[in-house]
Design a protein around this ligand. Sequence first.
Ligand code: FMN
Length: 755
Amino acid sequence: MNDPIVNFVKELLDQYPKWFSESGHMDLAQMTTRNYPYTSLFSPIQINRLTLKNRIVMGPMGNIDMAEEFGRPSNKMIQYFGDRARGGAGLLTSGLIPISQTVDPTVTERGGQSYFPRIDSSRTVYSGWRDLAETVHAYGSRFFIQLTAGLGRVGSPESLLTKFQMPVSASWNPNFYIPGIPCRPLTNRECRIIIKAAGQAAADGKAALIDGVYLHGHEGYLLEQMTNPAFNHRKLGRFANWQNFGLDMVKEIRKRVGPNYPIMYRIDLSLALNETYGKRMEDVASLKKFKKERTVAQTLAYMVNLVKSGVDMFDVDLGCYDNWWLPHPPNSMPSGCFLPVARLVKEYFAHEKVFSNAGLPVPIVAVGKLGYPDLAEQALRDGEADMIMLARPLLADADWPNKAFAGKVKDICPCIGDQEGCINEFVEGGHIQCSVNPRTGYEDVLSRDLPQSASPKNVAVIGAGPAGIHAAVVAARRGHKVTIFEKNDRVGGMLVPGSQPKIKYEVKNYLAYLEHQLEICSQKYGLKVELNSTVAPESLKGKFDAIIIGIGGVPVAPKLPGIDQPNVIQAVDLFRHPELAASAKTVAVIGAGAVGCEVAQFLAAEFGKQVTIVEMLPTVLPGVCTANRGHMIHELERMGVRIWNCTKQMSIEGNQVHISRNASSTVPDPYITWTPLLPENIANPFARAIKDEYEDQTLDADLVVLAMGLRPVRSFYEDCIKSQAAPEVIQLGDAFQIGRVFEAVKAGSLVGRNL
Ligand SMILES: Cc1cc2nc3c(=O)[nH]c(=O)nc-3n(C[C@H](O)[C@H](O)[C@H](O)COP(=O)(O)O)c2cc1C
């Protein structure tokens, strides 16, 4: 069993880019019903003494700002889980709940306030947990709480400024966000305090009607910092053996909850840092420390010991913060990316005859982009895993399980993997939401069923992008008489060009979902979709009670010499007509925002072009979720795409682009993915000033693709207002302010709800 696993991780990572073009891997990543009925997904399974009604586990997702500031789950959190239980998942899990408030300064804020739920503090919090558990039980689902030893080096270093306390870790390790800030090693006493706290939290959870505990042992959080030799360099004491902290914690929990209570453990088979960064592990100071990561064989051996100590089930993934696109796989990662990981563990356990304390085989849960019922069912049938974990797919559609069971798969709203509404909202200071599901995180205030309008209106929606479609669909369902006017021959707006690259398959799926919603609304509610239809404000006057304008934006083009040459095109046009790049060998992409980088990836990966991205700013993909950003940059580098930041485009002459490039050594390396960009409101005391040393240079490019963003088109709205075209005129989406799917969907849905 040992030999094949040595190169397992490297081979798997090398395979990912190929999955998009090879048939087989991605065929099931669609909302199809080839494997229906899903008899495997909807079969029961036993975990210790607990029987789960089906094989679907809702993945843990931080319930940030879903609890009172002292930690009691709020109504928002209860309704959020209630909806997912009603949606049919057999097992729900909470997001991480820290138990190390007295030790890890990053898990609380000044004054002891918490943006995490708590189960450590007092009886004050239990009632929230009991209410939550009872709500989940009402639908026949079970609920586990995910306990985390803390954040350690991946916590915010702001604790230094706000509480004058250093962040902690297993050993002296650099902080993830600002590597110049060191994290001090936990003392052995502090380690024992956390272990005791885990036992107490589990006992409290059991008393609060919670069905099991789940340990947060992956992704390089504090439990993993203690249990992975990459981070644990301790020389003395009990915890110098990197297994002991985890094993002691499980034994303590088992001691407190008795033999029958389920304990689940989340682990990564490998941090995959060496496989991700290769030689960089030698060269980059903050990575160098982590070279001696836990091998796959060591992880498997540790897992066997965890079972002996009391663990009943595992879920397994790969990666950590420093290669964040693995544990948080973005749209650019293939579906089912960790199925081979689950299979490897399952086969190992079968080979080693590993059984839990309850004498049962130890279920292995697969995670990672499994939100397609056919794919999930196939994985179970093929024995790749025992259960399927869905995290983001249940944000996108809480009713995923019920719809899959009923075969209403086309009605499932797919996750698009942009991570803007979910994980990125945390980074920006918000609570969990979803780009494609405007109710997620608002279950407490937005009713599940749309209220019927008491006075139905005649509504015109101009523009069938995501904002317009949502406004139209929601309004039509509420009883309004709706017509959408779309100037193109298909609906979708920017989703159409935006779903062209193969790595954007989830956006393509989402577009298919929206088209299906429009079809349903046309049949059931009389919604009319007028394609190829350009309307003018005056033609609408007096005909509608409300006009909703979602006509989007137009691409920005700088006034530069040569910009009108035929070999200069806009990114949206290239996505619509990739043949425009047919004869070009070399391409310059101007702008390193999301669109610019996606164009570069598209041209390099799918057409083998030699691409250079020219960006005026020091940073690439600012504002984009760290995981998505990291993966994109990593892939661009792997394919040899040159990224020239701090570079201004001056003029274009034939196939030469004249630029002015900052040659200073202070210009940041654009390929850095192991340290994130900090949110704008966080100052980095170690940030280096960039010196201006601009030099004129020339870049060969047969084709120049402009990806410099959009600007809103406001004239339609202004003309409607001037001419009093209707009593109500609303503009939304990009027509109001250039944004993402997240903003467009939210605006469309709110406007539709409140008409
Ligand atoms: C918003 C968000 C929050 C998350 N928070 C946690 C967490 O608290 N604990 C954890 O172990 N994983 C967390 N994860 C990771 C997910 O549990 C899951 O492993 C990941 O999203 C991949 O699964 P998916 O493709 O089904 O979404 C989070 C993911 C998201 C999107």
